[in-house]
Design a protein around this ligand. Structure first.
Ligand SMILES: [Ca+2]
Length: 153
């Protein structure tokens, strides 16, 4: 009797883990939304591609939220150019700003650095705006309409 020839185990096919997103409706500031996602073991969602954005938009549209916090912010670089960034530090390659955004500040001079996704009447799609941290404090129509998307890697 000869020993049976061992059959090599096939190499497993590695597929990237899907990103899991979760939407919450809550009238919170961007900082509070960021903290809530971290408390749940995730982070405010970041968007690296049109495909990821489409997934997040599908989720948003199942909710009643109209103003959605994402894990992005804006700031001025050393050349004084306003740029976006993700809280995870991943490259800010894909962008979908509303026309004339990011603005960096509101018309009253309040700085706007928090990435919010919205669906303006004049646009037929969801786009991005840099918003003040707590718009509800000055804009009552935000009440009941704020949401945030957490992402779990
Ligand atoms: Ca803005």
């Amino acid at each position: 009797m000869s020993e049976p020839t061992p059959v090599p185990t096939p190499e497993p096919t590695l597929t990237p883990a899907p990103h899991v997103y979760e939407i919450w409706n809550a009238d919170v500031s961007w900082l509070e939304a960021r903290q809530r996602c971290e408390d749940m073991g995730g982070h405010l969602a970041t968007i690296g591609s049109r495909e990821e954005e489409d997934k997040i938009i599908a989720l948003i549209e199942e909710s009643s939220a109209k103003y959605i916090w994402l894990g992005g912010y804006t700031g001025y670089d050393s050349n004084g150019v306003l740029r976006g960034a993700w809280i995870t530090g991943e490259p800010f390659d894909y962008e979908n700003w509303t026309e004339n955004e990011p603005s960096g500040s509101d018309t009253d001079g309040t700085s706007e650095n928090c990435l919010m996704m919205w669906h303006l009447k004049d646009y037929d799609r969801w786009t991005w705006n840099d918003q003040r941290n707590n718009p509800l404090a000055v804009l009552p129509y935000f009440a009941g309409n704020i949401g945030y998307v957490c992402e779990y890697e």
